[in-house]
Write a protein of this length. Structure first.
Length: 262
């Protein structure tokens, strides 16, 4: 059986005056190397994407992190310049994909910006510059460091007993690499909180009524998915769910008419 395919929505990037549809290598590598899948990059378009046609051709959805933020107008807030950068084409691509993947019971893993998109897609809101709030730690990436140091595993989150993620990595304290300046404010009605940081910041959620794997994490399991046990377990669980979905789509073909018994 061919490897199942996951869709990964692209970001819009500008290089040398040219617009590109791009996904960071770390997400594709984790999907291929840790989850055992193949990846299909979905162009980020403000209109023109046929969401069901895309999902017809894949077996899962991986919603990646990004330097851009979900536009506040999508959760009924006024946008400030400091809330950016924004990527309207990414918003217009990811949010409908998330909603339809859940409706169609297609497995989904949403990471960093992805968990924020998941929350907004289902009716939740986001908080900006959370490090400025009383009692909230600075979750932003360290300045002027190499990428391995930037993504180093240095923060604890606490996974709730009986949650979806607890069945994958176990309940209680898990060390992760969480890098963000926005976070979930009001949790969407269809989401349940799966893990929190020591300061109470929501770090993981799942879709309450989902008929397939549908989890979002604020940290970056993709970066160390080949070497860190909890990170790898998340991608293996996602990969297994995608394989199960792909297998469920396989229907035995009817025998040609001339071979059917008379």
């Amino acid at each position: 059986m061919p490897r199942p395919i996951v869709a990964i929505p692209a970001d819009i990037r500008e290089f040398d005056g040219v617009t590109w549809h791009a996904v960071q290598q770390q997400y594709i590598r984790a999907a291929v190397k840790a989850a055992g899948l193949m990846a299909l990059i979905v162009p980020a378009m403000e209109d023109g994407n046929d969401i069901d046609a895309i999902l017809d051709r894949v077996d899962g959805l991986l919603v990646s992190g990004s330097a851009s933020n979900v536009h506040p107008s999508l959760y009924s807030m006024e946008a400030r310049e400091s809330d950016g950068p924004f990527d309207p084409a990414r918003d217009a691509t990811s949010l409908p994909l998330i909603r339809r993947a859940i409706d169609r019971a297609i497995p989904m893993l949403a990471i960093c910006r992805g968990i924020q998109e998941l929350n907004v897609a289902l009716g939740g809101t986001l908080a900006s510059e959370i490090q400025e709030q009383p009692g909230i730690w600075d979750h932003r990436k360290p300045p002027n460091v190499d990428r391995d140091t930037m993504y180093s595993i240095r923060q604890s989150v606490f996974v709730k007993e009986g949650s979806c993620i607890a069945r994958v990595v176990g309940p209680g304290e898990v060390r992760v690499n969480s890098l963000h300046r926005q976070a979930i404010a009001e949790t969407a009605p269809r989401l349940q909180v799966e893990a929190v940081a020591e300061d109470g910041t929501i770090e993981a959620v799942s879709v309450i009524d989902a008929k397939a794997f549908a989890v979002g994490v604020q940290w970056h399991p993709e970066y160390w998915a080949e070497t860190d046990s909890p990170s790898r377990k998340l991608f293996v669980a996602f990969g297994d769910a995608v394989r199960d979905y792909a297998a469920s789509k396989e229907q035995p073909l009817a025998a040609p008419r001339h071979q059917q018994a008379i």
